[in-house]
Design a binder for this molecule. Sequence first.
Ligand SMILES: Cc1ncc(COP(=O)(O)O)c(C=O)c1O
Length: 317
Amino acid sequence: MVIWQNGEFVTWEKATVHVLTHALHYGSAIFEGIRAYRTKNGGTSIFRLDAHLQRLFNSAKIHMLDVPWTAGELSTACQDLLRLNKLNEAYLRPIIYIAAAETPTQGKKTNRLSVDPTGLPIHAAIGAWKWEDYLGTSHKEPHHMVGTDKGVKTIVSSWQRIDSNTLPPAAKTAGNYVNSVFAQREARLANAHEAILLNKAGMVTDGSGENIFVVKNGKLLTPPLSAGCLEGVTRDSLLTLARDLSIPTAEPDLPRTDLYTADEAFFSGTAVEMAPIASVDGRTLHAPGPIFEKLRKALNTVIRGETTDYAEWRYPV
Ligand SMILES: Cc1ncc(COP(=O)(O)O)c(C=O)c1O
């Protein structure tokens, strides 16, 4: 396996960071999760690469990181990486991080690590691998349909979602994910697959690594970005596809009880793709439900290039 690091392709063993890397100590890295899929014509396409790179550069702007690569360079690196690793389906993980540096002081070199990142170098890496069973419920075949129809068991986490005035969820920052790791661990301890986080007003945000959708009376609902969920690329794709299918959509604040009484609910995200929710805190839901099935089929059709619609969402490798 080769990894792209700072403009070069290196072997897995050589793709390392220094132990005094700022990002390792303070979580100061931003990243993306992107998927590449086999398409109907036998080729491979990266799904919505531009939207992911746009979010990466937005994260960089929020963190005041000067990324020394352009979106075009990172996009080429993603495509080359898949070709070099001979991957026709993959999950891609670009990361931009504040690195380590020494500084000359009174004729000697001393370490520069402190909270203040001023002047520290910005490094980047991209890894790619096959990742098919995100929540441990999947049953993937070659040419499988995206996502899974196996329902996932969830809990509402006792950990609150980070807030936009503490760690802004709009940026996909490594440090933010400590919040998700806490919630995900809590779910596993409760023998559930995934946790759902509420914001400080008690409203639903998202899963530890997925957006959430709820269906009520034929309407597709998902929390607004102002609730503190990540602006998911899959979320946006599904809202777009739902409108095309004449499924009414809305983005209201959702209290946790709307999860318990939903006609159906499901997760969406690059890693999970789509997964129906079978239960929330022991309340059983209909999984997979009909709206989930309809949207999953529509997403699969677009991702696999079985339609000319949304051709601009597919970046051929
Ligand atoms: C907290 C969180 N919410 C939602 C998502 C889904 O976003 P996307 O569909 O862009 O992968 C992710 C995954 O990146 C995530 O980590």
